[in-house]
Unconditional design. Structure first.
Length: 148
């Protein structure tokens, strides 16, 4: 499976977030703007983290916020939020987080494959720092190796 679409309106650069909930909300709002999710999807992602802990912090500085496929997901989509000031999610090794990826996947059958496809981008050890430093949506898409 390839990466879900990443349109320009799903990329937020150098955002300010008071805490991890605000950062995840920004990622969910970007998914809603792009048409991949309904506004309530942010709440679903936050509930997953509250229920299961900071498992979404998959590498130092990087969180992959997502929830299960459900009625809040319209279509597969990806959002990326970079933070001007990193936030803590409560992860013992990978905090603080400066890059939040929001992932909406419509089908249970493709959910794990989509997570794996996103994670593969970060086999490049410089990808997180490059995303955090990106100043334009075009730079972000080039790092992610996707188009709109």
């Amino acid at each position: 499976m390839s990466l879900p679409p990443l349109p320009e309106n799903a990329i937020v650069i150098a955002a300010e977030a008071a805490d991890w909930r605000a950062a995840v909300t920004l990622a969910g709002e970007a998914l809603a703007r792009s048409g991949s999710a309904k506004p309530g999807y942010s709440g679903e992602m936050i509930r997953m983290i509250e229920q299961f802990g900071p498992y979404v912090v998959i590498a130092p500085g990087l969180a992959l916020a997502h929830a299960r496929p459900g009625p809040e997901v319209i279509s597969d989509g990806l959002s990326i939020v970079t933070l001007a000031t990193p936030v803590n999610f409560g992860h013992p090794h990978n905090d603080p987080v400066s890059v939040i990826l929001g992932l909406a996947i419509a089908s249970v059958d493709t959910h794990l494959a989509a997570v794996a496809a996103v994670a593969n981008v970060f086999n490049d050890s410089s990808a997180i720092a490059d995303l955090a430093a990106a100043s334009t949506p075009a730079e972000v898409r080039a790092i992610m190796d996707v188009t709109a």
